[in-house]
Design a protein around this ligand. Structure first.
Ligand SMILES: Cc1cc2nc3c(=O)[nH]c(=O)nc-3n(C[C@H](O)[C@H](O)[C@H](O)COP(=O)(O)OP(=O)(O)OC[C@H]3O[C@@H](n4cnc5c(N)ncnc54)[C@H](O)[C@@H]3O)c2cc1C
Length: 263
């Protein structure tokens, strides 16, 4: 692992943007054992949604801000580190050409520098911080998209991109799915002996004379029941009342930089 620049511990993976794609990618890389840091400007476009009705698993829909909270909670549960800040530049580390130094401006207007071995851009709709690396992009009107291969790799080794920033359809589940795919690509490109991220009942592999493959876990009945009880309790808590944050709209429509409506 690389040495830190300033302001933070070094990361195996630094993900720019903690919206739908970034948090999902982070959950996958962290679950595979990669030290993962998300630096996020905290303005997911999904926060403007008025009721999220097409994400699998929520037949009655879900408050979009709650959905984002749950993604963040899930990332943290899996040991993702998160910091608030706007990334302004990424360059090759002078001391180690395999690593990257990433600059970001925090809420306190201070600039911090991070070091990471891989970078995932999931920062709809800002890719300007990649200019210095010469990553291939495509301009379309006022937007710039990052060009990636089928698995989320850019044309610069160690730099990946995910979600709407890569011109994927503008839907939350598409961004989440792409984040998962790109996270797994980062894992497969690392030295981790990785198979699938699966949790199975006890004996699923071992009772057939097989080793539990890397990335998989067998759990017994007691552990399954413990996790199920915990999951039910946490879902109950999360959905106990209305979300405290106000609805947001397009910031050009109200006198608030985040587009928050008076309610
Ligand atoms: C009004 C509205 C309603 C919508 N309704 C639906 C819907 O009903 N169903 C649906 O499926 N989809 C809906 N969408 C689309 C959905 O919100 C997006 O497709 C999805 O959020 C894209 O995910 P993403 O991770 O690519 O981007 P985002 O979720 O926007 O996340 C990007 C993150 O990157 C951060 N970021 C940007 N630049 C930087 C930087 N330089 N440094 C650090 N962080 C940075 C942002 O602050 C943000 O947190 C809606 C969108 C809008 C605008």
């Amino acid at each position: 692992m690389s040495a830190p620049a300033t302001g933070s511990e070094p990361a195996d993976v630094l993900i720019v943007g903690g919206g739908v794609a970034g948090l999902t990618a982070a959950t996958f890389t962290a679950r595979a054992g990669l030290d993962t840091l998300v630096v996020d400007a905290d303005e997911s476009i999904l926060a403007r949604n008025a009721h999220l009705e097409n994400v699998p698993g929520f037949p009655g829909g879900i408050n979009a801000r709650r959905f984002l909270d749950l993604l963040a909670e899930q990332a943290e549960e899996n040991d993702v580190r998160r910091e608030t800040g706007r990334v302004t530049g990424v360059e090759r580390s002078g001391s180690d050409t395999e690593a990257f130094d990433i600059s970001a401006v925090g809420n306190d207007d201070e600039t911090r520098t991070y070091r990471a071995d891989a970078v995932v851009a999931a920062s709809w709709s800002d890719a300007s911080y990649l200019d210095g690396l010469g990553v291939e992009t495509r301009d379309a009107g006022s937007k710039t998209y990052v060009v990636v291969d089928d698995l989320g790799r850019t044309d610069v080794d160690g730099v990946y991109a995910a979600g709407r920033l890569t011109e994927k359809y503008h839907q939350a589940v598409v961004a989440a799915g792409h984040g998962a795919e790109v996270g797994l690509t980062v894992v497969h490109d690392s030295e981790i002996p990785y198979y699938h991220d699966w949790v199975t009942p006890e004996g699923y592999f071992t009772d057939r004379g097989r080793e539990v493959p890397p990335g998989c876990e067998e759990i017994d009945a007691a552990e399954r029941e413990r996790r199920d009880a915990d999951a039910r309790e946490r879902i109950r808590e999360a959905f106990a009342g209305p979300h405290p944050e106000p609805q947001r709209t397009h910031p050009s429509l109200v006198d608030d930089e985040l587009g928050r409506l008076d309610e």
